[in-house]
Every structure is written in C-alpha cells, then in structure tokens.
Design a protein around this ligand. Sequence first.
Ligand SMILES: NC(=O)c1ccc[n+]([C@@H]2O[C@H](COP(=O)([O-])OP(=O)(O)OC[C@H]3O[C@@H](n4cnc5c(N)ncnc54)[C@H](O)[C@@H]3O)[C@@H](O)[C@H]2O)c1
Length: 251
Amino acid sequence: MPYRTKRTFLVTGAAGGIGGACVDHLLHDGVNVCAADLRPLDHTDAHEDALDNLLLEQVDVSKEASCLAVVEATIKRFGRLDGLIHMAGVHCTEPWEEMTAESFDRILSINVAGTFLIARAAALGMATTGGGSIVLASSGSTNMSRQDGIGNSSPAFVASKSAIIGLVGALARSFAPLHVRVNAVSPGATDTAMSAHFDEDTMHQLSERTLVGRIGAASEIARVASFLVSNESSYVDGQVLAVNGGDIHGS
Ligand SMILES: NC(=O)c1ccc[n+]([C@@H]2O[C@H](COP(=O)([O-])OP(=O)(O)OC[C@H]3O[C@@H](n4cnc5c(N)ncnc54)[C@H](O)[C@@H]3O)[C@@H](O)[C@H]2O)c1
C-alpha cells in the first residue's frame, strides 16, 4: 500500500521504554509512524524493513511551537495523522521536604502542560484528515503513593499523573466535535529506564502487589496503547485503563 494512504501515528517518548515499544508494535502492524522524543533518535535494526514508514523527529512537548512543528512534519511526510500515543514524560523522586517550587513547576510543565500542548496540536492536525484517537499516560502511582508510597514517586509526579485523569475527560469532551477520541493507559510499575532506580526491595514489593506476581514489560503497555489508538477501540472514549497486572491497590 502506498505510504500516503496508510494510517499514520505520532508517538512521543519514542526513545523511552514504553514509547519505543509502541513504535515497534505500530511498525509491525504496517502503519506509518513519526517517532519523536526530546532525545535524538536513531533507527534500530528492528526498523530496517520499515524505513519508508518511519519518521524520526525531535520534540520538546513542553514547548507549543515544538508540538505544532512535529505534527506539521508528520502530516507533511505522510499526508495525514490518525493518532497520537503520548508517552513522553519525566519521573521525580524528590522527597517532599526538599522539593522547590521550581522543580514542582518543571514536572507539571512537562507532564501536564506538555500533555495538553501535544494533544491539542495533534487533535488539530487530525481534524484536517477526518479525526482520530489520542492515548495519554497516567500512572498507578496516583493510587499507590496515596496508600503507602511504594515506588517512591514524589508529590509532584503523583499530582502530574493525577492531572492526566482530569485531562482525559476534559479533552475527550473538547475534541469530540473534531471526531478525536481521548483515552489513557495507567501503567503499573513497568520495566523501563523510568523504573530503573527502584532498588531490589522496592521491585519485590511492587511485584508482590500484582495478581500476576511481576512488574510489567513495556510491550505489554504498548499493546494496550496501540489498541486504544486504533479503530478497534472506536467506542472507547474518555477512559483511563489500568494496565498493572491486577495491582490490587492500584486498580
Ligand atoms: N515505567 C513505569 O514504571 C511507568 C509507570 C507508570 C506510568 N509511566 C508513564 O508512562 C510513560 C512512559 O514511561 P517510560 O517508562 O517509557 O519512561 P522513559 O523514561 O523510558 O521514557 C520517557 C521518554 O520521555 C522523553 N521526554 C522527557 N521529557 C520530554 C520532553 N519535554 N519532550 C519530549 N520527550 C521528553 C525522554 O527523553 C524519554 O525518552 C511516562 O509518561 C510515564 O510517566 C511509566
């Protein structure tokens, strides 16, 4: 199929664990993908058969102009935009006693304002080609930290990921006239760079909390995000789906 008639998706946080797994999953499905991240991206061997379908871009989601530019670049290259999987984000373990207003603002600026800016840019882009679907990232820590703090997420991170739950509803309502759906995944602890700082004891506790007895793989979150961004989920809108191995506290 010529690449300009194929469905096209933008993935942010593509240099990271879950975003990278989303890119792999989508390319394997044969669609066009713009993989974007603050960190410069490079093709991997796994993408060699799909280079015609892959665009690599740098984006800073906390900057409006950068968000508009990455959407424009995607539509210029592939002629359309059908979906956004927004996995770019920053974690923060700064203890509440030490947290400054500046560091709190930084987390909110990337994780919350950045989510709004890239979602709005993508929705406006998708509206030009008939609509589409957006998948955001919340976090099981919105429940976990409230209960026992396992995972060591700072109040700023928890606040930022709780805000995503509100944004999903607000944006789903706002973008409905554009025929753009908005949902989120809420991953439990997942094996990526973001969870690499957890010590063995924390990892053990996080695994024990789940019904499946282990933390998640990035590909397991990516499969659900890919479902939500696709037409397979056409009657799902405004929802936050926990993907956490049955974490009995985080569900
Ligand atoms: N890994 C987990 O245990 C876990 C659990 C719950 C929620 N999440 C959420 O899932 C999403 C993906 O997590 P991950 O584990 O793949 O993280 P990761 O750290 O592996 O990847 C995050 C990516 O975001 C990029 N990024 C940071 N700031 C950016 C900016 N301003 N503009 C563009 N890109 C930027 C980073 O460069 C990085 O490549 C995040 O939103 C995270 O909060 C992860």
